[in-house]
Design a protein around this ligand. Structure first.
Ligand code: NAP
Length: 454
């Protein structure tokens, strides 16, 4: 059984039977049959399907938003915004897919030479609970636009979201088998990856899960994209607009109750600004209302699961024991639900959990740096390389640091890191490999085929 539990109350929402081996095989066969027809559908028609998906998502955003909020705890406002972002992504690939997939003519001495982009088959997505619609749609929409079909293994705590997404595709009129959700545990992904009809695997999740998927993909020689954990450094230089940095970083760290791969996780602040920065973050965090995510007044909901909350608390406690100072929060509140208070740690020491591990919750981790060189060295002193940000009034200096010095898949100047369908998204180092979104993302799971006509 997979069980949806409301993290705000601990109450069971619904239980779902796990799919049997036979059901998984049937789903793969259905997906493959669908692929054989879907790949022949002209691009303009596939775009129409994607536009219909966008319409369904927008028409039902309140319903889907509620499913998301109840199942993983983000505020209803954030959940609805997530569904809207998915609709916008569907329209984006509908508008641009044809162009991204158009033949690329190469000038040679031959009569004709060009690159064509051909679909390959079933793409298997193993997805996390933290943005339970966005992460799934982010892989599924370009996959479908490219003429492939999608199979989903969602996180075990979000089966309701998995089935809701499947039904959205059905309601949008996509053919049977174009997108299906499999309710299976992580221990059964090999069953799918090993199937010869499955051509690729894309995982968004933790680094340990990535390593496990990468080894299975190696065993069966399947192409992979891995979108893994992160510990983004936000470097606040001495010449930063400090009030802007405080506001932006606090918002980034609170979004989704801090459970975002690109949340501002390590806040590396010039010594001269440290006191104001600490006070500013404490001030903003103190004003938040923790509570039921369905209530309008709530600004931060519970974490997605009690075990994740307990793990986070353990990281916080170990960091404090190792010399970090807790300026706010740090105590599990009494009562029901997987709540964790907005917490501020400062003077965090090298080698302690908050410095080296991914802190996946509403905890600001402040580390001070004596100058730009030290700040950059700390930023890069991580196994992760997903996103990053630099705050400075000197735009050219910020851009140079972002472009040349920070080791990450993206780095922004004077703004929070966010995914944007027009730009590729992904990491380096233990944050994974491959890219999602934009033209780069749609080209991950297609045959980039060279044609020469002599
Ligand atoms: P997770 O525990 O790794 O789970 C993600 C998915 O992988 C779930 O479907 C999970 O299934 C499955 N899984 C877990 N262990 C596996 C294994 N050994 N083999 C195969 N599949 C496995 O991660 P999470 O707690 O859901 O999500 C949080 C993590 O995702 C964080 O590290 C976050 O930074 C990362 N993330 C990265 C991005 C990005 O774009 N780079 C975006 C969002 C989140 P079960 O639920 O059944 O265990």
């Amino acid at each position: 059984m997979q069980t949806s539990i409301n993290p705000a109350t601990g109450a069971v929402i619904q239980t779902y039977p796990i799919h049997t081996q036979a059901q998984v095989q049937q789903a793969i066969d259905r997906a493959h049959e669908c692929f054989l027809k879907w790949k022949k559908i002209p691009l303009a028609k596939r775009s129409d399907h994607l536009r219909k998906v966008a319409q369904v998502l927008l028409a039902k955003k309140a319903e889907y938003g509620r499913i998301i909020s109840e199942e993983m705890g983000k505020t209803l406002k954030e959940a609805i915004a997530e569904v809207e972002k998915c609709a916008s992504c569907a329209n984006y690939f509908a508008d641009n897919g044809e162009n991204f997939l158009a033949d690329d003519i190469i000038a040679t001495e031959y009569r004709k030479s060009y690159v064509t982009f051909q679909p390959l088959g079933i793409v298997f997505g193993v997805m996390p609970w933290n943005f339970p619609f966005w992460q799934v749609l982010r892989f599924a929409l370009p996959t479908l636009m490219a003429g492939n079909v999608g199979l989903l293994k969602h996180a075990s705590n979000t089966p309701g979201c998995a089935l809701a997404i499947e039904s959205a595709f059905r309601e949008a009129g996509l053919p049977d088998g174009a997108f299906q959700a499999l309710l299976i545990p992580a221990s059964r992904v090999e069953e799918v990856i090993s199937n010869p009809k499955v051509i690729a695997v894309t995982l968004t999740g933790s680094t340990p899960a990535g390593k496990s998927i990468a080894s299975l993909s190696g065993k069966y020689l399947k192409k992979t994209v891995l979108e893994l954990g992160g510990s983004d450094a936000h470097v606040v230089l001495a010449d930063a607009d400090i009030e802007h940095a405080i506001k932006t970083i606090a918002a980034s760290r609170m979004l989704n109750c801090g459970q975002s791969c690109i949340s501002a996780k390590r806040l590396i602040v010039a010594e001269s600004l440290k006191k104001r920065f600490e006070n500013g973050i404490v001030e903003i965090f103190s004003k938040q209302k923790l509570g039921n995510p369905l209530e309008e007044a709530t600004t931060v909901g519970p974490m997605a699961r009690a075990d994740l909350r307990d793990e986070l608390h353990d990281q916080v406690q170990r960091s404090i024991k190792a010399g970090g100072r807790c300026l706010l929060g740090g105590k599990i509140p009494k009562g029901k639900g997987a709540f964790y208070p907005l917490t501020v740690l400062t003077d965090v020491k090298k080698g302690t959990p908050a410095y080296t591990e991914e802190i996946f919750g509403p905890v600001a981790v402040i580390i001070s740096a004596k100058d730009e060189e030290e700040a950059i060295a700390i930023a890069n002193d991580s196994v992760y390389g997903l996103g990053g940000a630099v705050y400075t009034k000197d735009i050219a200096r910020g851009e140079k640091i972002a472009r040349e010095r920070i080791e990450s898949g993206c780095c922004f100047v004077n703004m929070m890191v966010r995914s944007d369908q027009r730009l590729p998204f992904g990491g380096i180092k233990e944050s994974g490999y491959g890219r999602e979104l934009s033209a780069y993302g749609i080209h991950e799971f297609i045959n980039i085929k060279s044609i020469i006509v002599a």
